[in-house]
Write a protein that binds this ligand. Structure first.
Ligand SMILES: [Zn+2]
Length: 336
């Protein structure tokens, strides 16, 4: 199942934010998939579950949540910090409010819709075995605030909400974005019910400033840093980490895959240039995770996470084409 509606797209340019996410990557992936399967339709926006303040409090601390729902100034400050829109001297950085077409209340409503979709999509994977939301993956958001373009952590909110509703007890988060899933690690550090694996650039994130005592250095349960120039080792390292996950931890009720396309060599965000996988390596990465979870019969739910520039759509599309083709082959076999 693939979940998408353009109303959930977070368009940086709407708010005057100048980050090189091509705003149409999700719709481009969707259009490509429609050409394969014409029965694919937009998700009905009326069905997007509402994410409430109580849901956020399952994950984030009260001061932060109160600020998000507080005055416009407070919300603005949280968003400016999360998207790094001000430099150390207080000047605007990749931000031009004059170009904004919408305000930050709108931005918050989109973030909540995205979280609602991550939740809905993951819930549906519990019955269908596979789901992909073309959005979400705000894995840097921490208990005390948004970071690295993610205001709230849709992944952990989804899992805690499903736990609260008794739909799951345990989960894995498999994070293959170029950047470490540091928010997810911090939020689940003392929570044995959610096991985290992150494979990412060894250098460059978390940003080198700070000390190992900073919360973004809290490790995931399994953490693999890939050094500059080690691209050839990437698939072997990922495969070993997945095997370790399987051997060390009991099988969970669901896995969320944080499927960032930003390790791609053609990614355009400067902070991803320490990991450059080819298109073929990216497909092999995604198939490795997909088949691993499928073999273990663990429901798998995907979110897009990072992927910047004109070509990130290629990575999501090639993987979803593979999934589509392999599942249509399976249904052909079973209908015989
Ligand atoms: Zn990333």
């Amino acid at each position: 199942m693939i979940f998408y509606h353009p109303d959930c797209d977070f368009r940086f340019s709407d708010y005057g934010i100048e980050i090189p996410v091509v705003d149409d990557r999700a719709s481009r992936v969707f259009q490509n998939l429609v050409s394969l399967d014409s029965s694919l339709t937009y998700f009905d926006p009326a069905l997007i579950p509402e994410i409430t303040k109580e849901d956020l409090l399952l994950v984030h601390n009260k001061d932060f949540v109160d600020r998000i729902y507080g005055s416009y100034r407070e919300l603005e400050r949280e968003i400016m910090s999360c998207f790094e829109l001000q430099d150390a001297d207080g000047n605007y950085h990749r931000y031009n409010p004059k170009n904004a077409k919408k305000d930050f209340n709108h931005a918050l409503s989109i973030v909540l819709k995205q979280t609602g979709m991550t939740y809905y999509s993951t819930k549906s994977a519990l019955t269908t075995g596979f789901s992909y939301f073309l959005g979400g993956g705000m894995h840097h958001a921490m208990s005390f605030g948004g970071r690295g373009f993610g205001l709230i952590n849709d992944i952990v909110i989804t899992l805690r909400k499903l736990q609260k509703e008794n739909l799951i007890k345990t989960a894995w988060v498999i994070d293959v974005d170029a950047h470490k899933g540091d928010g997810t690690a911090e939020l689940t550090a003392r929570d044995p019910s959610i096991v985290t694996l992150s494979i990412h650039m060894k250098e460059g994130w978390p940003l080198d400033s700070g000390t190992v005592r900073d919360p973004w250095f809290i490790p995931c349960d399994l953490e693999v840093g890939v050094d500059v120039g080690e691209e050839d080792k990437y698939l072997g390292l990922l495969s070993a980490a997945l095997n370790e996950l399987d051997q060390k931890y009991p099988r969970p009720d669901v896995a969320i895959v944080v499927n960032g396309a930003d390790p791609y060599e053609h990614d355009e965000l400067q902070s991803t240039d320490k990991l450059k996988l080819t298109r073929e390596q990216m497909l092999a990465r995604d198939i490795l995770v997909y088949e691993f979870l499928q073999k273990l019969k663990i429901p798998q739910s995907y979110v897009m996470a990072g992927g910047y520039g004109k070509r990130s759509w290629e990575i999501y599309t090639q993987f979803l084409k593979f999934v589509w083709e392999s599942s249509s082959k399976r249904s052909e076999v079973s209908s015989r």
